[in-house]
Ligand binder design. Structure first.
Ligand code: 13P
Length: 342
C-alpha cells in the first residue's frame, strides 16, 4: 500500500523551528516501523508498507505522532513536558480509578518499545490514572512512548537508602530523575523470593514518599492464611506495619494493592465478594490508623488474575479503586481493563 505522508500545519510550524535533520530522522523512523517489508521505499513524500494505527516517536523535546488512515499518514509534532500533574501526589481527586501494569520480568527493550507504542495511545485517557511499572532497563522504551501523555511510568522495586555500597540496587532519587512517578513496594513475589519484610516495606514507602514518588504498597494473604481464617488479621498487620510513622498527609498519596497470593498468576480470581471484603477491611484499618477523611482518599487496588472479563465487576465495588495487573498487562487486554475502569 502507498501512503502519502502529510504533516499537519502545526507540525510544519514546529518542524520549521527544528534542525533540518529532524525531518530526516522522522522519515527514517517511519521506514523502520514499516511492517512486513525489509526494504521500505520512499518516493518523495510517499512510502510503501503495511502501516497500522498510530505511532509515537520522540525527537529531542518533541513528540512525533503518526496516524495512518486511508493511505495518508498524518504527522503531528508536539512539544512535550515533564511528568504531568496527574502524578501530582496531592491531587487524588475523588478516588479516580488507578490501573497499573506490572510487567514483572518480561520483554526486551525492542519488544517493550513496540508494545508500548501500540498500548499507550489506547490508554492515554483522562478518566483513569494509568501506570506502566516496567523493569528498570525498559524505562526508556516506555517513556519514549508515554512522555507527554497521561500514562505514568512506574518501577517494580527500589532501595530505601539514598546511595552507597548496595550492589544491584536502585535509589528513589534515581527513579525520580528518570520520570518515575510510582513504585510498587512489597509485592508478594519480592517478599517470597527476595526476603522483603514489613519492616523493609515501611522503610521503602517512607523513602519513596520523601522523593515525591507514589508507593503502590502491596498486601495479601497466602492460601494457608485464608484457609486458617486469618486473612483480615494478616492484611491489617501488613497495613499497620507498612504505614508505620507515615503521616496522614503522606498516607493519602499511597496506593494500596490487595493481592491475594493464591490468585496471582493462577487464573483464579478472588470472587468479587472476597476482594471487596478485604478492600473494605483495608479501608477500615486506614480509618483506625488515621481518620475517615484520610481513609476515603486512599486508593485501593485489587490484583490477581484480573482480565477484561472480570474487571468491570471488580471496579463496581465500593472499595475497589482499580487494579494491579500482571499477565493481562502484557497484551492489549490491558487497554480493555482500563476501558472497564472509565
Ligand atoms: P496476575 O495478574 O498475572 O495474576 O498478577 C497479579 C500481580 O501480581 C500484579 O502485581
Amino acid at each position: 500500500m502507498i501512503y502519502r505522508v502529510v504533516f499537519s500545519s502545526d507540525a510544519e510550524k514546529q518542524l520549521n523551528k527544528l534542525d533540518k535533520s529532524v525531518r530526516v530522522q522522522i522519515i527514517d523512523y517511519l521506514k523502520t516501523r514499516i511492517e512486513g517489508s525489509t526494504n521500505p521505499r520512499m518516493l518523495g513524500n510517499a512510502m510503501t508498507g503495511d502501516f497500522k494505527g498510530s505511532w509515537r516517536y520522540k525527537v529531542g523535546k518533541y513528540r512525533v505522532i503518526c496516524d495512518f488512515k486511508d493511505n495518508i499518514c498524518v504527522v503531528q509534532v508536539i512539544k512535550v513536558g515533564h511528568r504531568k500533574n496527574v502524578y501530582d501526589l496531592g491531587g487524588n481527586d475523588m478516588r479516580k480509578k488507578i490501573i497499573a501494569a506490572n510487567w514483572k520480568m518480561n520483554m526486551t527493550p525492542a519488544e517493550a518499545a513496540r508494545f508500548a507504542g501500540e498500548l499507550v495511545p489506547l490508554v492515554d485517557v483522562p478518566e483513569v490514572d494509568v501506570v506502566i511499572c516496567a523493569p528498570f532497563v525498559l524505562f526508556g522504551a516506555v517513556w519514549v512512548n508515554a512522555e507527554g501523555t497521561t500514562v505514568a511510568l512506574g518501577a517494580q522495586n527500589m532501595h530505601y537508602e539514598d546511595k552507597g555500597a548496595f550492589t544491584g540496587e536502585i535509589s528513589a532519587d534515581m527513579l525520580s530523575a528518570v520520570q518515575v512517578s510510582h513504585v510498587i513496594i512489597g509485592h508478594s513475589e519480592r517478599r517470597q523470593y527476595f526476603n522483603e519484610t514489613d519492616c523493609t516495606v515501611n522503610k521503602k514507602v517512607k523513602k519513596a514518599l520523601s522523593a515525591g514518588i507514589a508507593p503502590i504498597m502491596c498486601c495479601g494473604e497466602s492460601l494457608l492464611q485464608r484457609e486458617m481464617g486469618i486473612t483480615i488479621e494478616h492484611i491489617r498487620m501488613q497495613i499497620k506495619l507498612g504505614l508505620l510513622d507515615v503521616s496522614a498527609g503522606d498516607a493519602a498519596k499511597v496506593v494500596i494493592a490487595y493481592e491475594p497470593i493464591w490468585a496471582i498468576g493462577t487464573g483464579v480470581t478472588a470472587t468479587t465478594a472476597q476482594a471487596e471484603e478485604a478492600c473494605a477491611a483495608i479501608r477500615q484499618v486506614l480509618t483506625e490508623i488515621y481518620d475517615k477523611s484520610t481513609a476515603d482518599k486512599i486508593r485501593i487496588q485489587y490484583g490477581g488474575s484480573v482480565t477484561p472479563a472480570n474487571a468491570a465487576e471488580l471496579f463496581a465495588q465500593p472499595n475497589i479503586d482499580g487494579a494491579l495487573v500482571g499477565g493481562a498487562s502484557l497484551s492489549l487486554d490491558f487497554a480493555k481493563i482500563v476501558e472497564a475502569a472509565k
